[in-house]
Structure formats: structure tokens, C-alpha cells
Design a protein around this ligand. Sequence first.
Ligand SMILES: C[S@@+](CC[C@H](N)C(=O)[O-])C[C@H]1O[C@@H](n2cnc3c(N)ncnc32)[C@H](O)[C@@H]1O
Length: 283
Amino acid sequence: MGNEKKEEKEKLTIEEIENLEYYDFMAHMNAPFFNLGGFSSLDQTAEMCKISEGKRVLSVGCGTGTNSIYLAKNFDCYVVGVDIAEGMILKAEENAEKEEITGQVEFKVGDAYNLQFEDNSFDVVITSFVSQFLDLKKAFKEFLRVIKPSGYLGINEMYKSDEIPEIVAEKIEEGVNSLRDATELPLTLYTPTYWKKAFEEASLIDIKLEELPYKNISMKQLIKDIGGFKYLLKVLGRIIKYAWKSKKLRKRIGLLSKAKKKLFRNKEAKKYIGCVLCVGKKP
Ligand SMILES: C[S@@+](CC[C@H](N)C(=O)[O-])C[C@H]1O[C@@H](n2cnc3c(N)ncnc32)[C@H](O)[C@@H]1O
């Protein structure tokens, strides 16, 4: 994407920013990363998918490109990132340039349900905090189309436990509903059993699943993965600047932080939710 387009995006008026959809808005805020399992959960997913030197990997819903760049750098593979939000792709390209890895990654606007790639063209398709927003049947069918035979589909998403005390289950549902309202996105927290079933129904084989409960996730490590306190403060500063400038944005940011607090900072809820890694092979 050209520099002119990037400059245009940077120069959006407050009214235009107020009207951005959730992901374009987050891209404009320069949100670094959405995967709450951090790089260790990505490492684990990549290892389960046998990503190694020279493999062609497609990251669907690549966001600002952090995961794609990390995979290319640490696993020496070639990564194509697609995302439906143009703002995300602009930031991903900017980040790849900053990291001087443009020869090993490319980013394109694209839709998970209708990928612009040939059949059997990737060794691995990976999603990180993306499939949980999608119609799994429809999306997995399209992912399988572009995966080569004996290639892998790997997801790194959120889960809720199969068995949750009723009172905690209600709290989790409340948190999910608030997040849906704040983002206007169709988030669903599936159980590990449901994720596994979706892989089986897509005819994947050798399915492996790992759960990483949030209570075990180190915030210190996550902040380090995001780029450190300094970077996080910069993003927060940008968010506060916009909240200060616009009542509408203040309301939006307030709703988001309330929803995230309900789900991720509730001691009881945290015991029953986390990141799920699931990997299966295309026969
Ligand atoms: C929570 S973010 C995750 C971004 C990135 N994978 C990460 O871990 O930081 C979800 C991303 O999925 C993208 N997305 C949602 N629906 C999509 C679709 N149908 N096709 C492609 N991308 C989609 C959004 O634009 C957003 O960037």
C-alpha cells in the first residue's frame, strides 16, 4: 500500500476517527497485539504446526502484523498476512519496514471467507484471536482450501472451560456480552470440546489441543511481548489524547475498558477462561 494512503489515514479528522469500525479504530490507536497468550502461545502454536525454515504461512486476521513478523523472524518462514481492515494492513506494512523484514512477509487486505489465494498454496494457516469472531464452518472450509495436503491449520484463540460453576458462568457471559456491545463484533467463547469438534467436522486429522488458563499467564511477560512499558504508555497516551478530544470516543474507550475489566480482571472468571491452541493436519 502506498505512502500517500498511509499519510491520508494519519490525517483523519476527529469525526472520521469517531466513525471508524472497531479494528480500524484500534489500528489508528496503533494497538500492537491482541493475543493475550503472548509470544509463548504463538511459539507453541508454531511448533505444533511444524513451522520451520522456508514454510509458507498464511496468517488470517493478521492485525498490525506483530505475529506475522515474529513468526518470520523466529521460524525463518515466509508469512503472508491478510486482514479485512485496511487500517491494520497499513500498520502491518509500516511495522515490517521498521523491523526490516519486508522480504519475508507481505500483507494484503482480504476476507477470511473468500481468500484471494490458489488452492493448496500454504503449508500452514494460522489464526490468532480471529477465528473466535468467525463462522467456524465457513471459515475452516476456506482455510482448508488453501492449505496443501499434509499442511496444518493452527488456531490460538480464547476458550471458556467445559465446566464452570453457574455463578461464574453468568459473570463470564456478562463480560462477553459487554465486549460484544463495545466492539460490535460477534465474539463467541467456545469450550475446548467445541474447538476440537470444529476441527473434526472440518475433516482435520492428528488434532492436538492445549489450554493455557489466564490465571497462569504472566502480565509482565505479556507487556514485554507487546513492546515494553514505554511502548504501552505511548499507545495509552494516544488513546487518552483522543478520549480528551471527543465525547463519543471517550464513551467508546470507556465501554471497552469496562468490558475488558469484567472479563479479564475478575479473579473467579480468570480461572475458567484462557487461550486455547488447537492444531490439525489436512489429510
Ligand atoms: C483481535 S484481532 C487479532 C489480530 C492479530 N491476529 C493479533 O493476534 O494481534 C482480530 C483481527 O481479525 C480481523 N478480521 C476479522 N474478521 C475478519 C475476516 N472476515 N477476514 C479477515 N480478517 C478479519 C480484524 O480486522 C482484526 O485485525
